[in-house]
Design a protein. Structure first.
Length: 175
């Protein structure tokens, strides 16, 4: 005031983290999501990632330009936000999908090469990202699909048996 300088106080400008992309931008709980952007810091430390306010916890990988986290339990559709040194970046939308489940197999038994229709609930299909396995053996590429069904040939050497009430299936190797 009146031309007299006050004392100096240090002030650090912290760059705001910025998200350029999410890959994928949708998926069920447990999906690994790669966050590309900048100003994330070289390690997680006290920094956080949230999915519409739900913490993703500890990242699988964290660099200044890339973070890999899993969609946390309880997450809902909304913004993914990275917070570094208590500075939150702008959010990018992520759609949390219901966890797919197998309702039934048609037929539920058959010889190697039998065509099997997987009737599933709550399924958003992206043919390049679907993985169906019979007792850990890949069923290969789909020969047809819809929002509720995947049609594939049965993988070699598998015998499916129900594994519980959640609609999932597992099997025993037959030889």
């Amino acid at each position: 005031m009146g031309g007299v300088a006050s004392n100096e106080v240090g002030f650090a400008v912290v760059p705001m983290p910025s998200i350029v992309s999410l890959n994928p931008s949708f998926g069920p709980v447990g999906t690994a999501v790669t966050i590309a952007g900048g100003n994330f810091g070289s390690m997680q430390g006290g920094s956080t990632v949230t999915f519409n306010g739900t913490s993703a916890g500890t990242a699988t990988s964290w660099t200044a330009t890339s973070i890999v986290v899993h969609v946390p339990s309880g997450a809902t559709a909304g913004n993914v936000v990275v917070t570094v040194d208590e500075v939150a970046g702008s959010g990018v939308n992520f759609t949390v999908l219901p966890t797919p489940s197998i309702a039934n197999l048609d037929p539920d038994t058959g010889a190697v090469g039998t065509a099997v229709d997987h009737h599933r609930r709550q399924l958003r299909l992206d043919a390049g990202r679907q993985h169906v396995r019979f007792n850990g053996t890949s069923a290969g590429a789909a020969t047809g699909w819809s929002d509720t069904s995947i049609y594939r040939e049965r993988a070699r050497r598998c015998d499916h048996r129900p594994r519980g009430g959640d609609g999932e299936r597992s099997g025993q190797q037959t030889g």
